[in-house]
Ligand binder design. Structure first.
Ligand SMILES: NC(=O)C1=CN([C@@H]2O[C@H](COP(=O)(O)OP(=O)(O)OC[C@H]3O[C@@H](n4cnc5c(N)ncnc54)[C@H](OP(=O)(O)O)[C@@H]3O)[C@@H](O)[C@H]2O)C=CC1
Ligand SMILES: CC(C)(CO)C(=O)C(=O)O
Length: 306
């Protein structure tokens, strides 16, 4: 399979490298700075599941340099969605299907509108990874799961083909029967998890030691469940309970990618994740007071180097 990674950051570079490791044809479509970094030092993965390095990754800076592509692993942050559309369009015109791994939901309808319903698969991932100051991927969770599924009947074959290709890779790939439900379930979880860790600037262990703080995460989960229901997505109190058990079982030092970005003084995806939930709620005449409060607390740190 010919795979192109657009967004060779913590998620895209990790899964791209794992696929390359088992012989898949993986090209990284990156911007200039990342291109020189990858060409200079290679792509290095430091992982609790096994380190790996690609000495000379296939790197290009323009989609015009790519002749053939079956699938794009799309892993930019929500705030880089708009600036990636032109590249994706070129790749779709060359036959690519897009597998987005972003957290959130708003990007799906934006991508479908710009690229066509048939081009955009459903996708999500579970991993804790970040780029260190050298641009190496540091993967610190024992999980590294990628889920995908068709959003259009024509996409079943490519989903299965991708899962087959990734079968031997050092990662878990599952084709989901209901990828939309899974994406909403993840969206519910991440809105609470990234919200509470980033707003408090604390990893989950410290939050769990303060029941009143943990309860805010619970309230956000309940609001997100109600939001999903307003969009006819059947998330239930069982899903909320499972999300709370996940928060209970994470290692003390575990934290969200948004909080990792706050620690690094990087740009935050708060507008895409929390802002997106508030916009979706407004369209249905719902209010999400806890999510709104979390959004307001995080917002000053959105662009700050601090
Ligand atoms: N990290 C994690 O643990 C997890 C993250 N996620 C989600 O995955 C998504 C990606 O997150 P993450 O990997 O952490 O983000 P990163 O910031 O690590 O990586 C995003 C990459 O996208 C690149 N990029 C942005 N615009 C373009 C473009 N137009 N063309 C090519 N490359 C581009 C950036 O490159 P440049 O250097 O040029 O800016 C950057 O390297 C987010 O939605 C996040 O919420 C989901 C699960 C876990
Ligand atoms: C919750 C987690 C770690 C799971 O993949 C995640 O998606 C993130 O922090 O962005």
């Amino acid at each position: 399979m010919k795979i192109v990674v657009v967004g060779a950051g913590a998620v895209g570079a990790y899964f791209g490298a794992r696929l390359e490791q088992v012989g898949e044809d993986v090209t990284f479509l990156v911007r200039e700075k990342r291109a020189s970094q990858l060409s200079r030092q290679g792509l290095i993965i430091t992982s609790v599941e096994g380190n790996y390095a690609i000495k000379e990754p296939k790197v290009v800076t323009s989609p015009n340099d790519i002749d053939e592509v079956d699938l794009v692993l799309f892993g930019v942050k929500g705030y880089h969605l708009e600036n990636s559309i032109a590249q994706l369009k070129t790749l779709v015109n060359k036959g690519a299907k897009i597998l987005p791994l972003l957290n959130g939901m708003e990007h799906i309808s934006i991508l479908q509108e710009k690229l066509g319903q048939e081009a955009v698969l459903g996708g999500l991932c579970f991993i804790i990874s970040t780029l260190n100051s050298d641009g190496d991927v540091v993967h610190s969770s024992s999980f590294h799961d990628l889920r995908l599924g068709p959003l259009h009947p024509s996409q079943k074959e490519i989903c299965n083909k991708f899962a087959e290709s990734a079968h031997n890779a050092n990662m878990n790939v599952v084709v989901s029967d209901d990828v939309v439900l899974e994406m909403w379930n993840k969206y519910m979880f991440i809105t609470a998890f990234s919200g509470i860790t980033t707003a408090t600037n604390l990893a989950i262990g410290e939050i769990r030691r303060n029941p009143a703080t943990l309860e805010i995460a619970n309230k956000v989960l309940i609001e997100m469940q109600q939001l999903a229901n307003a969009y006819d997505i059947p998330l239930t109190s069982k899903h909320v309970g499972k999300a709370m058990s996940n928060l209970a079982s994470l290692a003390d030092e575990a934290t969200s990618s948004m909080h990792q970005d706050r620690r690094k003084g990087g740009q935050l995806e708060v507008e895409h994740i929390h802002g997106g939930a508030l916009r979706l709620a407004k369209q249905k005449g719902l209010t999400l007071p806890y999510t709104d409060a979390i959004y307001g607390i995080i917002k000053p740190f959105e662009n700050a180097k601090q």
